[in-house]
Design a protein around this ligand. Structure first.
Ligand code: ZN
Length: 218
């Protein structure tokens, strides 16, 4: 059995290992977990003893195969719960992450299997992120950041890189949602902001900050 805190560390290490390549360093983990490097070291020793990670002092951390499986199951539960909250309980997409952070720690495998079935085996969560299967497989999408499109190119919104509530609320406000059609009509060289056409209807101006956090179909 793993504690909630141990599970949160495993998720943080998994996420950091996806972003960089190779071993994750203790300071990066301390930053994500918002704690001191000393507490991180204690936890890493504990996870090392449980054979969840390989921890070599001053060299950083990698997940073992068991650790990777645990991380993927946590991601699976988190994302399935997010689908449940949006599709069945009518939460908005900016409201689900915090709740799913709690629900992901429920350990009943049977319940998660039934939840998956109840939801119709969704492949993506409400932010467009892939949901691992029970075997840890994910269906990756062909996607690029909106900021990489050139004038004249178009794509369908597939997901968001930043799923913070403030960003999602902003997208709601300007009418951008998963499945929306975006055509880039102009790019301002000065600040890399984009002029876009949304759903063949309205013309919008997007800052570089916004466009580099939206994934569109490649
Ligand atoms: Zn989430």
């Amino acid at each position: 059995m793993l504690s909630y805190t141990e599970e949160n560390y495993i998720k943080a290490i998994y996420k950091l290992s996806q972003e960089g390549d190779g071993a994750v360093n203790t300071n990066a983990i301390a930053e994500v977990m918002q704690t001191k490097a000393a507490s991180v070291s204690d936890m890493l020793r504990r996870l090392n003893d449980k054979e969840i990670i390989n921890y070599v002092k001053y060299r950083g951390v990698t997940l073992t195969e068991a650790g990777r499986k645990t991380a993927l199951q946590l991601v699976r539960k988190h994302r399935l719960w997010e689908v449940f909250l949006v599709d069945k309980l009518k939460f908005n997409w900016d409201e689900v992450h915090e709740v799913a952070e709690e629900l992901e720690h429920i350990t009943s495998e049977l319940m998660i299997r039934r939840l998956d079935e109840f939801l119709g085996y969704p492949k993506y969560d409400p932010h467009g992120d892939p949901i691992p299967t029970e075997d840890g497989l994910m269906t990756m999408k062909q996607q690029v950041l909106l900021s990489e499109l050139e004038p004249g190119q178009a794509g369908i919104v597939m997901g968001v890189k930043d799923s913070q509530p403030l960003f999602l609320q902003h997208l709601d406000k300007i009418g951008i949602y998963l499945g929306a059609k975006i055509k880039v009509t102009d790019k301002v060289e000065y600040d890399n902001s984009l002029e876009i056409n949304l759903d063949n209807k309205k013309q919008l101006s997007l800052s570089a900050e916004v466009s580099k956090n939206i994934f569109v179909s490649a």
